[in-house]
Design a protein around this ligand. Structure first.
Ligand code: ATP
Length: 368
């Protein structure tokens, strides 16, 4: 397996790109460490497949280099890169047995028969395909066929990486959970470098050790699921990850407060307020629905608000509050005592983040 390095990589489908918008993939530097489990997460059209196809060699980048273990493979075709790729739809030989499908990539590489047998049985067992080994591929449903596709990637010990492009699209919802768990288990056992493309945050967060979040052709954050949740470095990450996403409010700064619509003052950590006050950019305050607090009585740091709706979502309640002209969401434990209408919001300073032109302001640092 390999360490994959992307250097100054960029791609435009049309000729002669000039503006940033001309690029499907804007310039990026990135590393996938050997043996890591990564997800590439972002909405449709953000450039995930473009990036994956550049790594596998199906696409030549307009700019930059791809290195496997320090070796420049940018000009190499897919066959010479030794990448296994699992697509949205299963790619298998219908007429061959499941066994032969799994053995195929190894026979191609002229591995000894005994070695092929050992690997096929091992992978079949991991994917729970042992009982189906002698059946023809066509006799399996879409789920089973996709398992074979995955197996054909996993069976090879020599691959630089296994790339998955939305592999669970055809899988029945109730099986998705199981398969995701299975992939994670297999990763822990074999430690291949895995890159898993998805637009589904649950899939990304449950599968990956590190998630690469993409937005409009850019990587906006690379982090563990916890980092993405607690410290989104871009408003897009705040909004895209979480259910519901982060509350975002346009603000100005006055002293140690963020001011919403010129009248509602939210206390900030002083260092953060000072740094934000120096920024000439558009400022937004961000707080997760899980971190916002609701109080029934007025306090020094409480911001008056009105409760507009309470939904019981089983296990937690989702509260919608109105602050002036703005609407915010809170996610509270089930059974929380709620005020009837008038309430005071508390924004814990350690959980209250500020963004300048979409980028996290890091006190003492700059932008994320
Ligand atoms: P999806 O989840 O819908 O597959 P994605 O994140 O994988 O989306 P890409 O398929 O990489 O995104 O597309 C990124 C951008 O490049 C989009 O604007 C898309 O329209 C454009 N694009 C993709 N393939 C081509 C192509 N062959 N020719 C021209 N433009 C393309």
């Amino acid at each position: 397996m390999a360490r994959i390095q992307l250097q100054q990589l960029a791609h435009a489908y049309g000729g002669r790109p000039t503006r940033p918008e001309d690029y499907a993939l804007r310039r990026l530097d990135h590393v996938w460490e050997d043996g890591g489990a990564y997800a590439l997460l972002g909405p449709s059209g953000c450039g995930k497949t473009t990036l994956l196809n550049i790594v596998s060699g199906l696409l030549q980048p307009t700019e930059g280099r791809v290195l496997f273990d320090g070796r420049d493979v940018t000009a190499l075709p897919p066959q010479q890169r030794n990448i296994a790729q699992v697509f949205q739809f299963p790619v298998i030989y219908d007429a061959m047995t499941v066994y032969d499908n799994l053995a195929f990539p190894l026979r191609n590489r002229k591995l000894p028969k005994a070695e092929i047998h050992r690997r096929v049985l091992e992978v079949a067992e991991m994917l729970e395909l042992t009982a189906a080994l002698q059946r023809p591929g066509r006799s399996l449903g879409a789920d089973g066929k996709q398992l074979i596709s995955m197996g054909r990637g996993l069976v090879r010990e020599d691959v630089a990486a296994i790339l998955f492009d939305e592999p669970l699209t055809v899988i029945d919802p109730h099986l998705k959970w199981r398969l995701r768990g299975k992939l994670k288990e297999i990763h822990q056992r074999l430690r291949p470098t895995m890159v898993y493309v998805t637009h589904d945050q649950t899939e990304a967060l449950t599968f990956a050790e590190k998630v690469v979040v993409m937005y409009e052709g850019q990587v906006v954050q690379v982090g563990t699921p916890q980092e993405l949740f607690e410290r989104p470095e871009h408003t897009f990450v705040g909004y895209f990850i979480g259910s519901p996403g982060m509350n975002l409010l346009p603000v100005t700064i006055a002293g140690n407060s963020a001011v919403v619509d010129g009248e509602h003052r939210i206390p900030l950590a002083p260092q953060l307020a000072a740094q934000a006050a120096r920024s000439a950019r558009t400022l937004e305050l961000g707080i997760r629905p899980e971190f916002l607090q609701l109080q029934r009585q007025v306090t020094a740091d409480g911001v008056p608000a009105r409760i507009a709706a309470v939904e019981d979502l089983g296990g937690h309640v989702l509260v919608t509050v109105v602050l002036g002209r703005r609407t915010l969401k809170l996610r509270l434990p089930e059974g929380s005592e709620l005020p009837s209408e008038q309430a005071w919001l508390r924004f814990p300073p350690e959980r209250t983040l500020l963004y300048a032109d979409g980028r996290l302001i890091i006190p003492g640092g700059g932008h994320g």
